[in-house]
Each structure stands twice: as structure tokens, then as C-alpha cells.
Ligand binder design. Structure first.
Ligand SMILES: Nc1ncnc2c1ncn2[C@@H]1O[C@H](COP(=O)(O)OP(=O)(O)OP(=O)(O)O)[C@@H](O)[C@H]1O
Ligand SMILES: [Mg+2]
Length: 387
């Protein structure tokens, strides 16, 4: 029997827990017609909270209503890729317009600054125009049948701001022209904020914002019961509660706990044909915590500045919420300085202000991870400092 849980980035979970309201809002926005506010939306939240799978779920809603859905990731060149997708069935693909390969050396620049004509080199404004035209042409056909176009753009934090501006400007025009479109983008909180606050993109501020967070433990428990039962096994209330508790409501952890518990119930000392035993659950939870460290905590911590990492390490010395003035003391900095990193970490959804003057970890098990790996992180910093 294959494992029903999917602890892989972007993979659809067996049950999408706790997002019904958000999905319904979007469904209504499509029903409400051109100009409905929910047709312009952005999703933010920490790594592994389920942004990518939400984009898929929203895309499914639109597909059910026979919309054309284009899913893209905001790496360089996403506009030409969207244009390609728009032309997909009428042989007008951009690749066929590619010019013969030739190198052009620009006078007055070093020889290395040559431009290959073989690849597409649109100026941003030209890209926007091409995109608008491709959208309009496609919409002319779709709208006759009451259909529209949804574009989802993931990993917006990785985007080149110029290209985002070009796309957003074009989308704004299409909205003004009352075209039947929807646009949903997703990314990590602080970077998306940079995009939304870009003064050229003021209209994006009006986009409906969904900050995805953890989901309720009752919903998690129910989803475990449903997935386990529908795949031919059984677990007691007690085991289901233990599994749900261990996730802390963090979506990625739902899949990790589910996956490794299922695994423990399929092979090894706790294998059982029809039952997920308490031992299997314990073992699964332990494995899930280790995997969470490798897959989420490691990358999340590595992506931070050395000072933000130190801030977390200082917090990890406490067993519960940390006083911000204690942390400043541990860092041997004044509070204003420490506060810069506090703000940054809160924005990234890694910690939160638990009460006045106190912060606590938001990513589950990060404290344990840091305690285990703290020495490693400090060593790395010491090495970097010697270079
Ligand atoms: N609502 C949910 N219920 C159950 N599982 C979920 C839910 N949302 C996400 N997951 C699971 O969590 C994992 C992470 O989801 P996803 O890749 O969408 O996160 P993300 O927010 O896009 O992360 P990143 O910022 O790293 O791209 C996947 O294994 C997915 O199946
Ligand atoms: Mg993602």
C-alpha cells in the first residue's frame, strides 16, 4: 500500500486542512464577475505553510469553471513563459519568433558585454505590451464562452522587480479594461511586502491579502482520521490526538508526521496490517521532527543574516517566551539594535510577539533544532569571520 501522505514541497496533500474559507472566497470572486476584489489576491506565510498547494487549489476552482489557468514561478523570464502558454494552441509560440543566433558587441563596452540575439531580450515595457496583447487576444476568444484567465505566480520573493512591475502594470490595464481575469501571487512575507509597497505598484496594495498560518488541531486530527481510514488502517482517538498535537498545526508537519507514522506502521518493529499503534506513532513523530529540521529549519536559518541567527540562538536558551531585553543583553547589543532583527524575524513568520516585550518561536520545534545545531551555526559564523 503506498503512503498517502505527501511531505514534498508543492505536492497536493491528501486532505487540504483548514483552507476552506479562503477557497470559498476565491470561488465567490470568480462568480461575482469582473472587478470582484478577490480576483486580485496575494498569499503569504512562512515556508511550508502551504502557499504553493493553495495556488494549485485556487487554480482547480478556476479550471472547474473552464477558465484558462497559467501557473508560473517568478524566476527570470516568467513573462515570456506566460506569453508562450497563452499562445499554446495557436502555433504562435515565441520560440518560433526567435531570431537567428548572432552576437552583437556594443561599442564602448567590454567585449564580454555582448548581447545574444538568439535569445529573447525584451525591454520590460516591450514585455508588458506583448503580454497585454497576448492576454487580450486570448481573452477575446475565451470571453465569448464566458471563460476567463487566471494567472498564478509563485515565489514572488525571488522575482526581479522590473519584471513584476511589467506584469503588474499590464494586469492593471486589463482590469481597467474590465477583462475577465484573476491574478494570484504568493511568496514569503517580507519580500512580498517589498513588491506590494513598491510605489509603481500601488494597485497591488488593494489586492486581497491572505496570510496563511497554522491550522486548527481539531481539523488536523480529523484529516488524519480521514486519510488513515480511507487508506485501510485504523488509529485510536489517543493516537490521532498525539499525531495532531505533534504537528502544532503547521501544514508541512502534518505531512511529515503522517508520512513517517504510516511508514513505521508498514515496516519495521511496529508494522501492523490494520492498526497504527502508539509505538508506530511515537516513532513516526520522532522521525518527522528530524526531517523537519533538515527540510525546513536548516534552509530557513541558513537564509538569515548572521545577526538574525544569533538572535534565534539567544532565544533558544529559554524554555518558553524570551524577554526582548534579555536577548539584547545576551547579544551584548542595545535594544534598538536587537529590535531590528526582532522585526525582521517576525516579518518572516519565524518568531512572534507573544506578549508585550516577549517573543516566542512560531515555527514548531525550531527551539529544539537550534539547541541541537546551535554549535554548528556559531562555528560557521566564526569561520566566516576569519575569511
Ligand atoms: N492545508 C494543508 N493541509 C495539509 N497539508 C498541507 C497543507 N498545506 C500544505 N500542506 C503540505 O505541506 C507541504 C508544504 O506545502 P507547500 O509546498 O505548498 O508550502 P509553501 O508555503 O509553498 O512553502 P515554500 O515557501 O517553501 O514554497 C506539502 O507537503 C503540502 O502537501
Ligand atoms: Mg511554495
Amino acid at each position: 500500500m503506498s503512503n498517502p501522505f505527501k511531505p514534498t514541497a508543492g505536492m497536493n496533500p491528501p486532505v487540504l486542512v483548514g483552507r476552506t474559507d479562503d477557497i470559498e472566497d476565491f470561488s465567490c470572486a470568480l462568480d461575482d464577475g469582473v472587478g470582484a476584489p478577490g480576483r486580485l489576491m496575494y498569499l503569504t506565510g512562512a515556508r511550508g505553510v502551504g502557499k504553493t498547494v493553495m495556488l494549485t487549489a485556487l487554480g482547480d476552482i478556476a479550471r472547474k469553471q473552464h477558465w484558462l489557468v497559467i501557473d508560473e514561478t517568478a524566476e527570470d523570464g516568467f513573462i515570456p513563459r506566460i506569453i508562450n502558454a497563452l499562445h499554446d494552441d495557436d502555433k504562435m509560440r515565441l520560440s518560433s519568433m526567435t531570431m537567428p543566433s548572432a552576437n552583437l558587441t556594443i561599442p564602448g563596452t567590454p567585449a564580454t558585454a555582448s548581447v545574444s540575439l538568439g535569445s529573447l531580450q525584451f525591454a520590460a515595457s516591450e514585455r508588458a505590451l506583448n503580454f497585454r496583447k497576448a492576454m487580450s487576444d486570448r481573452l477575446d476568444k475565451l470571453e465569448k464562452k464566458d471563460r476567463g484567465i487566471l494567472i498564478t505566480l509563485d515565489e514572488v520573493q525571488a522575482a526581479n522587480l522590473e519584471e513584476i512591475r511589467a506584469l503588474a502594470t499590464a494586469v492593471q490595464h486589463l482590469i481597467r479594461e474590465q477583462r475577465n481575469i484573476a491574478f494570484v501571487f504568493a511568496g514569503l512575507p517580507s519580500m512580498v511586502e517589498d513588491v506590494v509597497n513598491d510605489n509603481v505598484l500601488t494597485f497591488l496594495r488593494r489586492a486581497e491579502r491572505k496570510h496563511l498560518g497554522s491550522v486548527s488541531l481539531d481539523d488536523v486530527k480529523e484529516s488524519f482520521a480521514e486519510t488513515i481510514e480511507s487508506n485501510g488502517k485504523h488509529a485510536t482517538e489517543q493516537v490521532l490526538s498525539a499525531l495532531a498535537q505533534a504537528t502544532n498545526g503547521y501544514p508541512f508537519m502534518i505531512q511529515l508526521v503522517g508520512y513517517w507514522t504510516w511508514h513505521a506502521s508498514a515496516t519495521g518493529p511496529y508494522a501492523h496490517d490494520s492498526e497504527i499503534t502508539a509505538d508506530a506513532a511515537d516513532r513516526g513523530i520522532a522521525r518527522a521532527k528530524i526531517k523537519l529540521g533538515d527540510m525546513v529549519h536548516g534552509p530557513a536559518v541558513d537564509g538569515l543574516s548572521a545577526m538574525a541567527r544569533d538572535y534565534l540562538l539567544a532565544m533558544a536558551q529559554d524554555d518558553g517566551p524570551s524577554s526582548t531585553s534579555d536577548i539584547a543583553k545576551r547579544l551584548e547589543r542595545n535594544q534598538i539594535y536587537a529590535n531590528v532583527y526582532r522585526t525582521q524575524l517576525i516579518k518572516e513568520d519565524i518568531i512572534f510577539a507573544s506578549s508585550y516585550g516577549y517573543v516566542d518561536f512560531k515555527l514548531p520545534y525550531l527551539r529544539d533544532y537550534l539547541r541541537e545545531h546551535g554549535a554548528y551555526h556559531q562555528m560557521r559564523r566564526a569561520i566566516a569571520g576569519m575569511e
